[in-house]
Design a protein around this ligand. Structure first.
Ligand SMILES: *[C@@H]1O[C@H](CO)[C@@H](O)[C@H](O)[C@H]1NC(C)=O
Ligand SMILES: *[C@@H]1O[C@H](CO)[C@@H](O)[C@H](O)[C@H]1NC(C)=O
Ligand SMILES: *[C@@H]1O[C@H](CO)[C@@H](O)[C@H](O)[C@H]1NC(C)=O
Length: 311
């Protein structure tokens, strides 16, 4: 009965277009995708249910999509090779001892979760949110900056059709472009022509960036987060289609990086230490738009492709 109710609800949404952001581009979907989701949830929840605070999977805004569709729309971050940490000039990581818990949100330097809708621009969302936070950590006002500008203007990427965080950082650093406020260049969820601003126009440019592979060194990664600010990471988010909450510890390979997000903090107070990860799928997804990913073990490939910006 419960399942039937869920299905009717979903079907209704799809048919009447109650919520435009949740409608897949090709309109109505057969019940097959939803039924497949229910099977998948049962499987994902069955294996490790005895464990503490393990992730829970179930019905959310993506349950009416087949995994291939979900991947084609939302997982559009292109992987790049990152050099191993530490490199020669890693002097910015001081000999700090790690606190048990740290989250940049507690310092009020993280903007609220955004929604990329059906635009494959996760790479731009993660990079822009890192710039917002780095700027606020420097003592400047916390301001929502334009993701659309990066989508339209980062010439070495493909806008809503996908992109690489490294290419975006390279472009920001090379051109010294100022990212303007979101209200001046609002998000349209589709590719557009790049709008240029005069040099005197206010905005935030970056001074430099760093990019490393921290696999096997997640404590060093945590120190980097503490020192530099929230970290841009690329994960394998295939199983995130069904995520509801809890700590992701299984069902998340480090094989294929396909989704860019922002790590804002970590928590080692409980029996399972975890990273605190800000996503760009709206605040209705996961835990108010965030996911928790187990620390250590490179779960979802979270330590493979890590970057930070300097402003
Ligand atoms: C689960 O959590 C409780 C309370 O934090 C702890 O005492 C227990 O050892 C944990 N069990 C496992 C299997 O980690
Ligand atoms: C950092 O700590 C290591 C080992 O504890 C020590 O060898 C090194 O000299 C320290 N570096 C600095 C800059 O304090
Ligand atoms: C960023 O740009 C500065 C100035 O051109 C350059 O020195 C630096 O190497 C660049 N950073 C990276 C990571 O390429």
């Amino acid at each position: 009965m419960e399942l039937l109710r869920f299905w009717l609800l979903c079907c209704c949404c799809c048919c009447c277009g109650a919520d435009a952001t949740r409608i897949p581009p090709r309109g109505r979907h057969p019940p097959a995708a939803f039924r497949e989701s229910l099977h998948r949830h049962r499987y994902l929840n069955s294996l490790f249910s005895h464990e503490n605070s393990t992730a829970i999977y179930g019905i959310n805004q993506f349950s009416y999509l087949f995994p291939e569709e979900f991947k084609a729309i939302y997982l559009r971050s292109k992987p790049s090779r990152f050099p191993r940490f530490p490199a020669e000039e890693q002097t910015f990581i001081s000999n700090i001892s790690l606190p048990l818990r740290f989250d940049w949100r507690d310092k009020h330097v993280v903007t609220s979760v955004r929604n990329q809708q059906t635009c494959g621009g996760c790479w731009a969302f993660s990079v822009v949110s890192a710039v917002e936070s780095a700027y606020a950590i420097k003592g400047q006002p916390l301001e929502v900056l334009s993701v659309q500008q990066v989508i339209d203007c980062s010439y070495n990427n493909y806008g809503c059709n996908g992109g690489s965080t490294l290419n975006a950082l390279y472009w920001l650093n090379k051109t010294q472009v100022k990212v303007v406020s979101d209200s001046e260049y609002p998000f349209k969820a589709q590719n557009g022509l790049c709008h240029y601003f005069s040099c005197s126009h206010s905005g935030v440019s970056i001074k430099d960036y760093s990019a490393y592979d921290f696999s096997g060194q997640e404590d060093e990664m945590a120190k980097t987060l503490l020192t530099l600010g929230p970290l841009i990471v690329i994960v394998d988010a295939v199983s995130w289609q069904d995520y509801l909450g809890g700590i992701i510890q299984h069902h998340c390979s480090s094989g294929e990086a396909n989704h860019a997000v922002l790590v804002t903090g970590f928590d080692k107070t409980g029996s399972t230490p975890y990273w605190i990860v800000r996503n760009s799928w709206g605040s209705a997804w996961g835990i108010d738009g965030y996911a928790l990913v187990k620390m250590g073990g490179n779960i979802c490939g979270i330590a493979d492709s890590v970057s930070a910006v300097f402003v």
